[in-house]
Design a protein around this ligand. Structure first.
Ligand code: AMP
Length: 400
């Protein structure tokens, strides 16, 4: 069975066609600049790449072009569109409206469009546009919505509620929703598989998704118990350009001092802060490491702050779960930056963490890399994330 995974943005549409028998990627690519001058599709298949430079006025044309590429004489991997059994759509925010992935029907579409847009005003309308385009072009193919937030819906109220008036939580849905859920789900499941702990209700993992956006989750028995991002992906640890947690009163104070509106200060906290704001150099960890190695103290400070904040989350989640069996690192920084992993683990020996310096420093592309010492009570793993595969698996589970 072949499943198409679609990730639609306001002017982009990325896709992967996955063969569910092997879980291998048959083809992938993305349309860029939809509705703008210079639109194009970069498509890969059969080990080749092809760029379609053409007018892509809307998402319907984008998905038509993707289907053409999938059936292309050179890079094509299917003979007919009917070979695609279902389409899984990535959706950023579910609020409390969707606790799981869902098969699209009138009701799901209505809820998506009428209830969730205000929770992710940049992302959810784009996902709905992509979905409607696919429904038009592939009317007989089942569609599934897979949400970044739904893995976090198992959090207990003490973890997801803020200390605000309960009536306001009820009236406005202001609470912790988290993000990167498909990634946390994937790596926690892979860790359980690797360690032979699948189905073990007592298996406690802290998953560290560290990339340009970073979030950390506590996962016990395969269920998310807590996560560092909040009502939006601005909360938790500091990130590439996002501030992470800041006292709300400091935000109001800063806005007044800088003469910024509510919207402007939120944009500032999203775009001008984090390790980029502290270092004054870059949001990219490779630049920060190069800067710190060359003696730039603010690059070193940004790296120290990042590792310190991550370490605090790992420790607090061990406390929340009554222990930790495994720490997983994933995403751009988590998978590729040994010094960040070492800095986070340094000082966690009291929990039973013993990092193996050589294994941590070694590169490799195996699906799971164990970087803790044999005598480490807590296994430390590096697992490349695969959000598209989670979307495809969820889609298969609903249409299978
Ligand atoms: P992501 O958001 O998961 O794509 O991660 C982006 C971050 O990962 C950037 O800060 C990069 O510096 C970092 N990153 C990606 N690839 C590498 C690499 N090969 N070595 C070091 N850092 C990397």
């Amino acid at each position: 069975m072949k499943i198409l995974v679609v990730n639609a943005g306001s002017s982009s549409l990325k896709y992967q066609l996955i063969d569910m028998d092997t879980e291998g990627v048959l083809a992938k690519g993305g349309c860029e600049r939809i509705g703008l001058a210079g639109s194009l599709l970069k498509a890969k298949g059969n080990g080749q790449e092809k760029v379609y430079e053409q007018d892509i006025p809307d998402h319907k044309v984008a998905i038509e072009l993707v289907l053409r590429a999938l059936q292309d004489e050179g890079i094509g991997v299917i003979a007919h569109m009917d070979e695609i059994s279902a389409v899984g759509h990535r959706v950023v925010a579910s609020g409390e409206y969707f606790k799981h992935s869902v098969l699209v029907n009138e009701e799901a579409l209505k809820t998506l469009e009428e209830k969730t847009f205000e929770l992710a005003p940049l992302h959810n309308p784009a996902a709905a546009t992509g979905l409607r385009a696919c429904m038009q072009v592939m009317p007989k193919t089942p569609m599934v919505l897979v949400f970044d937030t739904s893995f976090h819906q198992t959090m207990p109220p003490e973890a997801y509620l803020y200390g605000i008036a309960y009536e306001d939580y009820k009236a406005y849905g202001v609470r912790r929703y988290g993000a990167h859920g498909t990634s946390h789900k994937f790596v926690s499941q892979e860790a359980a598989k690797y360690l032979g702990r699948e189905g073990d209700e007592n298996f406690k993992v802290v998953t560290c998704h560290l990339g340009n956006g970073s979030s950390i989750s506590a996962v016990k028995g395969g269920k998310c118990m807590d996560t560092s991002m909040g009502f939006t992906p601005l909360a938790g640890v500091m990130m590439g350009t996002r501030s992470g947690d800041v006292d709300p009163s400091a935000v109001e104070f800063l806005a007044r001092k800088k003469g910024m509106s509510h919207a402007e200060i939120v944009t500032y906290l999203n775009k001008k802060c984090g390790v980029a704001g502290i270092s004054g150099v870059s949001s990219d960890f490779r630049d920060l490491i190069a800067g710190a190695n060359a003696g730039n103290e603010r690059c070193a400070l940004a790296l120290d702050m990042f590792a310190y904040q991550c370490k605090k989350f790992v420790g607090s989640y061990a406390a929340a779960m009554g222990g930790v069996d495994c720490i997983v690192f994933t995403a751009g920084v988590g998978e590729n930056t040994p010094s960040v992993r070492a800095d986070i683990c340094d000082g966690l020996e009291f929990l039973g963490v013993r990092l193996d310096k050589d294994k941590n420093a070694a590169r490799g592309d195996s699906p799971v890399r164990e970087i803790s010492r044999a005598d480490s009570a807590v296994k430390v793993l590096v697992i490349p994330t695969n959000e598209e595969l989670v979307i495809a698996r969820e889609t298969l589970a609903l249409v299978g």
